[in-house]
Design a protein around this ligand. Structure first.
Ligand code: DX5
Ligand code: ZN
Length: 215
């Protein structure tokens, strides 16, 4: 599987988004991870579609939009229009999952389903043939800078055995060490917020994440 690194802008300097995006392109990032939180699905509020649309104007790397919101069916159109390339939403949301996947793909985006650490991976099975990616959260969603939960790895192994070709993304606590554990379990798309943006040289960190993921 192709290894992809998706820096999470949640850990970037929101006052300098264009410069922060440039650090990702200079470092060879494959995707840009954008965390959308509604203060209801998770106890935190982040950015919305207008900010993503503005970022899209100054960055050509595909946008990987992670919706941590209760009603992705209602809001996904806004993110399609803002320039999302992949939209992930949670099985634990209040929307109809199948209808939301259909709306995302009808809008020309790739659809992905995310599961929180305590949600069984089997929850995504009925939808696999309509998904381009599955996101296995390796922390409780809502905040950056948390510790990687290694107990989520069996879910990745199970899904990788079932689906040798699907993109499996991990998000939360990924750094140049934990990326090895998640990669060995079968993940191939790695979100990293703090590890990239709090490092002295984000480009070097992206390169090292990519190298270590293959080990
Ligand atoms: C957390 C978000 C993550 C977050 C990861 O709910 O979904 O994308 O930015 O941050 P780090 O990499 O710092 O754990
Ligand atoms: Zn995320």
């Amino acid at each position: 599987m192709e290894i992809k690194i998706s820096p999470s802008m949640l850990a970037s300097d929101y006052a300098n988004l264009e410069a922060e995006l440039k650090k990702c392109s200079d470092g060879g990032a494959d995707l840009i991870h954008l965390d959308v939180m509604d203060g209801h699905f998770v106890p935190n509020i982040s950015i919305g579609a207008p900010v993503i649309a503005a970022m899209k104007k100054v960055c050509s790397i595909p946008f990987d939009v992670h919706l941590m919101i209760s009603d992705p069916y209602f809001y996904c159109d806004d993110f399609i229009k803002a320039g999302a390339d992949i939209i992930s939403f949670h099985t634990e949301c209040d929307s109809d999952i199948g209808a939301t996947i259909d709306k995302i793909t009808a809008g020309g985006c790739k659809a992905a389903l995310a599961v929180k650490p305590n949600t069984p991976i089997e929850e995504v099975y009925p939808y696999l043939d309509r998904l381009s990616m599955v996101l296995v959260m390796t922390v409780e969603p809502g905040f950056g800078g948390q510790s990687f939960m290694e107990g989520t790895m069996p879910k990745i192994k199970k899904l990788r055995e079932k689906c040798p070709d699907i993109d499996i993304q991990v998000d939360g606590g990924i750094n140049t060490e934990t990326v090895k554990i998640a990669g060995a379990a079968g993940a191939n798309v790695f979100v990293a917020g703090s590890a990239v943006f709090k490092s002295e040289n984000p480009a070097d960190t992206i390169n090292l994440l990519k190298k270590n993921a293959k080990m």
